[in-house]
Design a protein around this ligand. Structure first.
Ligand SMILES: [Zn+2]
Length: 547
């Protein structure tokens, strides 16, 4: 029982997997509450010996505990926002999606925006991109903008195009594409960030109080799922709101921040370097987009999409640009997370990183100093890579920050648009064997943020929502132990935080998840439904009950 707030907390009687190779199993640990850090790990007798007037104890009741999950790729303000928008995720056709927009239009004043997301034309019949015409028919008075499931394309109506001033005379942005019909008129489809931004910048976001309310709920849900840390990839608006949540004490999981590449210059001018911040909100680096996404066929490919040999996707950053960006960031002590989905994006990103590391090695920078910088390089998604690029990633020390749930959701899309290449896709086991460090994440709001469902996807290579579908590329399945590593130690490493979190050892943050069953030995099919009994952040019980 918690009895007041004595400075030392003893957690006893657990089946603790520490993820620390020097002391993999323990039954107890002691936490210094002021710092939120572990001071001792051992068996019950050793830890009980520390008991005294300054200690509280908490009985884990024989349950299994491990380091809290760290989600290496989130968009939490986006997740909060998505909860307010029209969600067309479960639709099977353009008509069904439009019907949901019609419902929203009926209770939205004319002229106000209708925003939504998660349509997936790959789950529709017929499998084709929608147009403005269907939205115009149900919401002629409302500007409408609906992001695709992968957030790499935007479906808009005529009112939205009118407000944005986008018409036949509008040129395509440098990286991005306005889909056009006869006579150059926009069809209502905008591909990739810069084209989407033509319309998105006119959408007024909900007010901050509304967003904060949703964010608190998002955080509570993450705590209930055992998540104690996230790597959040968002902008200034998000950071302002996160600071308000920290001030009111409702932050948690802890946030490691990745900001848009456009802010790199400001960060460098300010002298902001990776690790600035505290245990709750800490800066890590920038996020750079190399390409688009598979679902929108904008991921950059070395060879064309199946049936569309002319479509190589979109490389949204050139090799010279990425080299320049990586150099500037690395020299300034800023981490770099590079979104790279297609094989050409992965290759180009690695070329850029390799060029910088080679130059540094030639300049006589020690391997240790090199590793300190190199380990902050990470590729996000890595959905398809040339076989030779996987050992190259390992040799360059580049982390693969991957989202196993995408694999089981994207399987049919990958087969359809990549043809035989799909057999090399989402190749987590190949990467692991080659020595690439893996970090797991959700990419919420794109897919579920539930670590146990994501772990299940990695171990069973199957979506627990469609249990009858056979495992997809089962050779790429990971063991539970490797998957748990990627959700704890691996994710911490990806953010350069392995000295603070990811495993349970003296000096590290006392962030734990307590589970009703042992995920190391649970049959793979039961992982997705495994129950989180409690979540502890900094030695405080933030979810569940233990008595
Ligand atoms: Zn993302």
């Amino acid at each position: 029982m918690f009895s007041g707030r004595r400075p030392i907390l003893l957690l006893l009687n657990g089946g603790i997997h520490t993820m620390n190779p020097d002391q993999p199993r323990a039954t107890a640990l002691a936490v210094d509450r002021a710092s939120g850090r572990i001071v001792a790990v051992g068996d019950d007798a050793e830890i009980r010996a520390l008991a005294g007037p300054l200690t509280d104890t908490l009985d884990l009741g024989g349950r299994v505990a491990l380091p809290g999950f760290i989600d290496a790729h989130t968009h939490l303000l986006g997740t909060a926002q998505a909860r307010l928008d029209v969600n067309v995720r479960e639709t099977h056709s353009e008509d069904e999606a439009v019907a949901l927009v019609r419902q929203r239009a009926e209770r939205t004043p004319p002229g106000a925006w209708i925003v939504g997301q998660s349509w997936d034309k790959n789950a529709w019949a017929p499998q084709q991109f929608p147009t403005k015409a269907s939205l115009d028919a149900v919401a002629p008075e409302h500007p409408v903008a609906l992001a695709s499931h992968d957030f790499h394309s935007l479906w808009v109506n005529s009112a939205a195009l009118r407000i944005a001033g986008v018409d036949a005379s509008t040129p395509d942005p440098l990286s991005g594409r306005i889909e056009r019909g006869a006579n150059g008129e926009p069809t209502g489809m905008l591909f990739e960030g810069e084209a989407m931004a033509l319309v998105e910048r006119f959408i007024a976001p909900p007010d901050d109080e509304t967003l904060l309310h949703e964010l608190r709920r998002v955080f509570a849900e993450l705590r209930a799922r055992g998540v104690t840390g996230v790597h959040n990839i968002e902008d200034a608006h998000s950071l302002r709101l996160m600071q308000r949540l920290r001030d009111e004490g409702s932050l948690g999981p802890r946030l490691l921040l990745y900001i848009p590449r456009a802010s790199l210059g400001e960060a460098l001018r300010l002298g902001l370097t990776a690790d600035f911040g505290d245990d709750w909100l800490r800066f890590a680096g920038i996020k750079v987009f190399m390409d688009g996404a598979l679902g929108s066929q904008t991921a950059a490919m070395l060879e064309g999409y199946e049936g569309r040999p002319d479509n190589l996707g979109l490389l949204t950053t050139s090799e010279s640009e990425i080299t320049q960006t990586v150099r500037a960031a690395a020299d300034g002590g800023v981490g770099v997370a590079i979104h790279a989905i297609g094989d050409r994006a992965v290759k180009t990103a690695l070329d850029g990183i390799e060029a910088i590391l080679r130059r540094r090695a030639q300049a006589g920078i020690s391997p240790d100093a090199l590793a300190a910088v190199a380990r902050r390089f990470r590729l996000e998604h890595v959905q398809l890579a040339r076989p030779e690029d996987i050992p190259r990633m390992a040799a360059l020390g580049v982390v693969a920050s991957v989202q196993p749930f995408h694999a089981v959701v994207d399987r049919y899309t990958a087969e359809r648009y990549w043809g035989a290449r799909y057999k090399r896709a989402y190749a987590y086991q190949t990467m692991r064997r080659a020595g690439v460090r893996l970090a797991f994440g959700s990419d919420t709001p794109v897919d579920t943020a539930d670590p146990l469902r994501i772990l299940h996807a990695a171990v069973a290579r199957r979506n627990d929502a469609t249990p009858d579908a056979p495992a997809w590329l089962p050779d790429q399945a990971l063991s539970a132990s490797d998957a748990l590593w990627a959700y704890t130690v691996g994710a911490a490493y990806a953010g350069g935080q392995e000295a603070r979190q990811g495993s349970l050892a003296p000096g590290k943050l006392a962030d734990l998840v307590v589970l009703a069953d042992d995920p190391f030995t649970l049959p793979a099919d039961r992982l997705a439904g495994a129950e989180v009994a409690a979540t502890i952040i900094g030695g405080e019980l933030v979810f569940g009950q233990l008595e």
